[in-house]
Design a protein. Structure first.
Length: 112
């Protein structure tokens, strides 16, 4: 892609992605997010999700192992909540949207 001529970029190309790429270790997550939620993240949204997990803004829903937890994370741009499995340092996969997790989240939000 030519830096000097953005008008030559493909239609619909988000300029925030210019010069960026998804590391291979994160491909599984992005494929699962698309398959399970129909969402393609914009540039910076993955980092924002990870930051929410690290700083406590994401809601921990269920422990999978002593180190892995399913978190409920909000993607503001698409006004959606998704469930992701993470160890707090990296995101492993987009967890399927299950009725049980939705019920747990609702109960947590109604607590006093």
């Amino acid at each position: 892609m030519n830096d000097k001529y953005p008008e030559l970029w493909p239609a619909g190309f988000d300029a925030r992605w210019h010069g960026k790429s998804i590391p291979q270790r994160d491909w599984h997550f992005h494929r699962q997010l698309l398959a399970r939620y129909g969402i393609v993240l914009a540039a910076g949204e993955f980092a924002s999700m990870l930051r929410d997990i690290k700083h406590g803004a994401a809601l921990p829903m269920m422990k999978l192992t002593p180190r892995k937890v399913i978190y409920s994370v909000r993607i503001e741009r698409v006004r959606a909540r998704v469930y992701v499995a993470s160890d707090g340092l990296q995101i492993f996969t987009a967890w399927p949207p299950k009725k049980k997790l939705n019920e747990i989240r609702r109960k947590m939000s109604y607590r006093d």
